[in-house]
Design a protein around this ligand. Structure first.
Ligand code: HEC
Ligand code: HEC
Ligand code: HEC
Ligand code: HEC
Length: 408
């Protein structure tokens, strides 16, 4: 491996370094840059933006028409079989169906899939003979869950089907599990390393952060809090590399540098981080829940391929899932922070046929009232409430709890 007794080795290495110089420089981005200071003076928490690469986000489509009133006959009185949307007025229901069509159905779909027919048999609107309607029902529940229970992440902006779909049946950015890589001779299992892919910024880091972190509650952790090994930190080098791979993925999805969330003097320290790190922490948990509770169970509903010949299931038979990129698409706030809920307020409510849902408990809220830290960085206190919050917090292990700034 390393040429121990070979004197040519170092010289070759030096030559190699010189030869690689143009390549190194080629990786620098040309063009005007803008740098914005995000943290306090001193730690150089700056966001550097290449103005040639950043375009303002495209404006989302307007609502089919404006929602003027929420009063009127309830949809369930006209359509008794509704499972999710029964409690809103017939008018509001019709508007949401029209908007959902614009958000999800491709404009070039053939007549039998066009418009309402993407999900419905026009002869029998109540029927679930098209798999897309079953999927859409789960998607409605998922969207409501995000907007009601994950305001710690999506705030009052919230999301609609459009945040992910953008006028396509399958969102542009989605992922599925990868088959275990075949062992290649002496190198053995490489954990997706040295196969540079865009997801990890073409680094040689493990290149499947999706399956590792966006479905399973795996530890995202590198640092020990003490100098000497004491068994407190179970993270091995492979776990550290996976964490960095994930962080490349997260930064790329939001179009930001590491300092958008971290003070790089100490990546693990919450009180030195920006509040965006907390938003991201909730985002990771939100994505896991969307994938495991709402999308994975659709494995038996999706066909392997849809009407357009595109795969609906990955090579291991799991449906295509969500990560940060699915919504963010290169912006720190999806769609530049524009909310589409004003005309579609039912996407932030929960009603289930038969048993009206109890008043929603927020999974976790960031309390108003920022806490000043010794560094002068203001961070909001994380306060988790409700049974759901306990479940979420229980999943993060004791080490994580000790790190969160809940005791401030
Ligand atoms: C992306 C899939 C999708 C599209 C496109 C769609 N719908 Fe729906 N539609 C649903 C789902 C899911 C339900 C069931 C909602 C529930 O149970 O709360 C539903 C229910 C309905 C119902 C009630 C049927 C009954 O008797 O139970 C009507 C009427 C309806 N849609 C009309 C339309 C119209 C009109 C359009 C086109 C403007 C349309 N839908 C487009 C998914 C869709
Ligand atoms: C957080 C992202 C996200 C949101 C929000 C979302 N979806 Fe989806 N949706 C997906 C992903 C990912 C798939 C692809 C699953 C697959 O093909 O295996 C999908 C697939 C679908 C499909 C199947 C389309 C096809 O051609 O097979 C329908 C229908 C659908 N979604 C409807 C909706 C509706 C209606 C809403 C809003 C109420 C919505 N979705 C909100 C992520 C999302
Ligand atoms: C959008 C916010 C965000 C960005 C950008 C970001 N991180 Fe992170 N990072 C987090 C969050 C949140 C965690 C903690 C995750 C958890 O505990 O589940 C974390 C954890 C880490 C850790 C583990 C610290 C520990 O506890 O041991 C390291 C190391 C790290 N990030 C490095 C980076 C690097 C390097 C970059 C840039 C390539 C980066 N991060 C970009 C949000 C971010
Ligand atoms: C279902 C869509 C969705 C997904 C998936 C998603 N986000 Fe977000 N995120 C949002 C919305 C909407 C906002 C804007 C909230 C607001 O207006 O403040 C946001 C805001 C943020 C912010 C705050 C940005 C700022 O400028 O203050 C961070 C950081 C963030 N998300 C990180 C992540 C990370 C990391 C992931 C993946 C683990 C992720 N998000 C996945 C919808 C999503």
């Amino acid at each position: 491996m390393t040429g121990h007794s070979n004197p040519i080795g170092p010289r070759l290495l030096a030559l190699g370094a010189i030869a690689a110089l143009p390549l190194t420089l080629a990786a620098c981005e040309l063009g005007p840059k803008q740098s914005q200071q995000l943290g306090p003076r001193g730690p150089a928490m700056e966001q550097v933006t290449n103005l040639n690469l950043v375009k303002p986000p495209a404006a989302p489509p307007a609502s089919a028409y404006a929602l003027t009133s929420r009063d009127g006959q309830k949809a369930r009185e006209v359509y008794p079989e509704l499972q999710v949307l029964g409690d809103i007025s017939v008018d509001e229901f019709g508007l949401l169906m029209a908007n959902m069509t614009a958000w999800v159905v491709p404009a070039d779909a053939p007549p039998e899939q066009a418009g309402c027919n993407y999900c419905h048999n026009p002869e029998n609107m109540a029927s679930y003979e098209k798999y897309t309607k079953s999927v859409a029902l789960n998607m409605l529940k998922m969207t409501q869950n995000i907007n009601v229970n994950w305001q710690s992440h999506v705030k009052q902006t919230g999301v609609t089907c459009y945040t992910c779909h953008r006028g396509k049946g399958i969102p542009e950015y989605s992922w599925s599990l990868k088959p275990e890589p075949v062992s290649r001779g002496m190198t053995g299992y490489r954990a997706g390393q040295n196969e540079p892919l865009a997801v990890v910024g073409y680094s040689s880091l493990p290149n499947d952060p999706n399956g590792t972190f966006f479905l399973e509650p795996n530890e995202i952790r590198v640092n020990s809090k003490q100098i000497h090994p004491n068994g407190e930190n179970p993270a091995d080098i492979k776990a550290a590399e996976r964490t960095y791979g994930l962080m490349m993925r997260v930064s790329g999805a939001l179009g930001v540098n590491c300092t958008f969330c971290h003070n790089t003097q100490n990546f693990a320290e919450w009180t030195h981080s920006r509040v965006q790190k907390q938003t991201a922490w909730f985002g990771i948990r939100m994505v896991r829940q969307a994938n495991s509770d709402y999308i994975q169970p659709l494995a038996s509903v999706f066909p392997a391929k849809g009407w357009d010949g595109q795969a609906r299931l990955g090579p291991l038979g799991d449906p295509l899932k969500v990560n940060c990129q699915t919504c963010h698409q290169g912006y720190s706030k999806p769609l530049g922070g524009v909310s589409m809920l004003a005309d579609n307020p039912s996407l932030r409510e929960v009603w289930r046929a038969g048993a009206p849902a109890p008043a929603p408990t927020p999974v976790a809220v960031i309390a108003a009232g920022a806490v000043a830290t010794p560094t002068g960085v203001a961070v909001a206190k994380v306060v988790a409430t409700g049974a759901a919050a306990e479940a979420v917090v229980a999943k993060a292990d004791a080490v994580r709890d000790a790190m969160a700034p809940a005791t401030n």
